[in-house]
Design a protein around this ligand. Structure first.
Ligand SMILES: *[C@@H]1O[C@H](CO)[C@@H](O)[C@H](O)[C@H]1NC(C)=O
Ligand SMILES: *[C@@H]1O[C@H](CO)[C@@H](O)[C@H](O)[C@H]1NC(C)=O
Ligand SMILES: *[C@@H]1O[C@H](CO)[C@@H](O)[C@H](O)[C@H]1NC(C)=O
Ligand SMILES: *[C@@H]1O[C@H](CO)[C@@H](O)[C@H](O)[C@H]1NC(C)=O
Ligand SMILES: *[C@@H]1O[C@H](CO)[C@@H](O)[C@H](O)[C@H]1NC(C)=O
Ligand SMILES: *[C@@H]1O[C@H](CO)[C@@H](O)[C@H](O)[C@H]1NC(C)=O
Ligand SMILES: *[C@@H]1O[C@H](CO)[C@@H](O)[C@H](O)[C@H]1NC(C)=O
Ligand SMILES: *[C@@H]1O[C@H](CO)[C@@H](O)[C@H](O)[C@H]1NC(C)=O
Length: 490
């Protein structure tokens, strides 16, 4: 039986090998790993840690002997080689993707990519670059352009040691649409860096997360008007929305995870940005309060992620609503996806968004919900909707207070059709009433013989009692209630 399997296995391997395309058509596939398209006309090559990287620049790997045509590589990825100082010019090729991530690259000689005029994507992530000479990306002559790398649309320089860019860095690559500069310790976008980035009129996606910056310079986004995605996450120095965001009139997605906002207010909040659809405001450790109208400039927002903010206690009921001058009322953005899980929210007003039933995704789990009558709408109105949106998530929403409700889920309460208790008149938490009631009871029990005694004494006219009767237990408890701090209203 075992032998049978072995024979089958060998047969299968032989057949697979037979199906392999002629490696002479793709010489690099002799030393690297290749994937081919269906018709085996192009190859995607992956060379990882094979150690003999110098040889791969030889014509042998790039040119077909019979015709002198360049080998039809579609993409080439080289990883885990010590490329340190790159000096070899890549031979002519029609490849569209060159991925040089993770190669300890420290420097790149001028113009080494000039023969890769079909290259759309160049990835230089996870290297040791601290300087990029402006002629690094110099290409070949083209009329009306300055020696361009004419096809380059996407350039990834993330996870390097850049702290500034020469102002001419992108003068040969002006068509760049995607620029990733994240995880470089820029600290500030200085004048030269500003000139380099703001000279990219076709920029659509800009990644600046974890760059240590505190803001963006004014007017930075004036030229890149087509910008659609901006990621500023991980810059904990950002405490207010940079002014230049007003100029990003086509911005659709804005990411501000792990930034420095404390209280989001109308002042440090969002200007009118009707094009923005997606906002991420997660893992902001200091974010405490999302104030009135702080998000109302985002009138077209459909996807709001505001989760994992460990100190976020309140979201104002009018945080998203925009006062309407026409009707005197307010208008709400058309939210479809709302993520407010794993915050510190215990109460939520139903007015925060306009239509809970038009949500397609919702996460409110992992918040210390107070299961009292003020939140009754969460059970009665929201839970039936939530169960339709995502039954599993809906069933995971738990009460955190009052103590006797802990470990109950919203779903339990919904199934029992129970009404949650209300705060008493003075805003005390009912679970604290226990001791109070015992106190009052003890007071009453003590008071009865005392009153009887006093009445007896009064009858006996031992002394005058006017003015002492108001020390009744009721008045005592009233004063006690009043002096208890009002800890829920903020
Ligand atoms: C593969 O070849 C067939 C016929 O030669 C052609 O119709 C098809 O478009 C090719 N597919 C690709 C991805 O080039
Ligand atoms: C191409 O020709 C040269 C000599 O002209 C030879 O050394 C080389 O091995 C040939 N390459 C291939 C892939 O056949
Ligand atoms: C390929 O190019 C070399 C020199 O670059 C030339 O000697 C040779 O004749 C060419 N071969 C063909 C098939 O064109
Ligand atoms: C490379 O691209 C050029 C034009 O873009 C084309 O003429 C040539 O045939 C391509 N070469 C290969 C090997 O695909
Ligand atoms: C690369 O260049 C730097 C300075 O230009 C030099 O110090 C270093 O030794 C070079 N590394 C290699 C492996 O050649
Ligand atoms: C944030 O708001 C809370 C009340 O909502 C206030 O106590 C606190 O001082 C505010 N913090 C800052 C930095 O404005
Ligand atoms: C807002 O969204 C609507 C519908 O998705 C769209 O037609 C409109 O152009 C958007 N407004 C802006 C300013 O992008
Ligand atoms: C922001 O953080 C949340 C989770 O905290 C994550 O789901 C989301 O993908 C992050 N957004 C970006 C752009 O990294």
């Amino acid at each position: 039986m075992k032998n049978m399997y072995r024979i089958l296995f060998i047969l299968a391997s032989v057949m697979l090998c037979a199906a392999e395309p002629d490696q002479n058509k793709f010489p690099l596939c002799k030393i690297c790993t290749c994937k081919f398209d269906v018709n085996e006309t192009t190859a995607d090559v992956l060379c990882a840690a094979h150690g003999n990287y110098q040889s791969i620049y030889q014509d042998y790997f790039w040119k077909l002997n019979a015709t002198n045509e360049s080998v039809a590589y579609n993409s080439l990825a080289i990883h885990y080689e010590k490329l340190t100082n790159m000096t070899n010019v890549f031979p002519p090729s029609n490849l569209t993707v060159l991925d040089l991530a993770n190669n300890n690259i420290m420097s790149i000689k001028d113009s080494i990519f000039k023969n890769l005029q079909n290259m759309k994507v160049l990835i230089l992530s996870y290297n040791d670059l601290d300087l990029i000479h402006p002629d690094t990306f110099k290409g070949l002559y083209l009329e009306a352009r300055l020696l361009p790398l004419r096809s380059l649309k996407e350039l990834r320089l993330d996870h390097n040691q850049l702290h500034t860019l020469n102002k001419d860095t992108f003068e040969h690559t002006t068509d760049i649409e995607i620029l990733d500069l994240s995880h470089n310790d820029f600290q500030t976008i200085d004048r030269h860096t500003l000139l380099a980035i703001s000279g990219l009129p076709y920029l659509k996606k800009l990644y600046l997360q974890y760059t240590g910056i505190k803001t963006l310079p004014d007017d930075m986004l004036h030229t890149p008007r087509r910008l659609q995605i901006l990621d500023l996450s991980g810059n904990i120095g950002i405490e207010k929305i940079p002014r230049t965001l007003r100029q990003a009139i086509n911005l659709q997605e804005l990411y501000l995870n792990n930034t420095g906002f404390v209280n989001l207010t109308q002042d440090n909040g969002f200007p009118n940005m009707p094009s923005v659809r997606v906002l991420h405001l997660c893992r902001n450790e200091l974010l405490h309060h999302v104030g009135r109208h702080s998000l109302s400039g985002l009138t077209n927002l459909t996807d709001l992620r505001m989760s994992d903010n460990i100190d976020l206690v309140t979201i104002d009921d009018l945080a998203l609503a925009k006062p309407s001058k026409l009707t005197g009322g307010a208008i709400w953005p058309p939210i479809k996806k709302l993520y407010i899980g794993n915050n510190k929210i215990s109460y939520l007003e139903s007015e925060i968004i306009a239509r809970w039933d038009s949500l397609s995704e919702l996460d409110i789990r992992e918040n210390p919900w107070t299961c009292e009558c003020e939140n009754q709408w969460l059970i009665d109105d929201l839970m039936p909707i939530y169960l339709k949106i995502n039954e599993d998530m809906a069933k995971e929403v738990m009460c955190a207070a009052p103590v006797e409700m802990r470990y109950f889920s919203f779903y339990d309460i919904l199934m029992k059709k129970s009404h949650m208790r209300c705060l008493d008149t003075y805003g005390n938490r009912p679970e604290k009433d226990g001791t109070l009631l015992v106190g009052i009871l003890a007071g009453v029990l003590l008071a009865i013989p005392l009153i009887l005694f006093i009445l007896y004494a009064y009858k006996q006219r031992w002394f005058s009692l006017a003015g002492y009767f108001d020390n009744s237990p009721a008045s005592y408890s009233r004063r006690f209630y009043k002096s208890t701090p009002h800890d829920e209203d903020i």
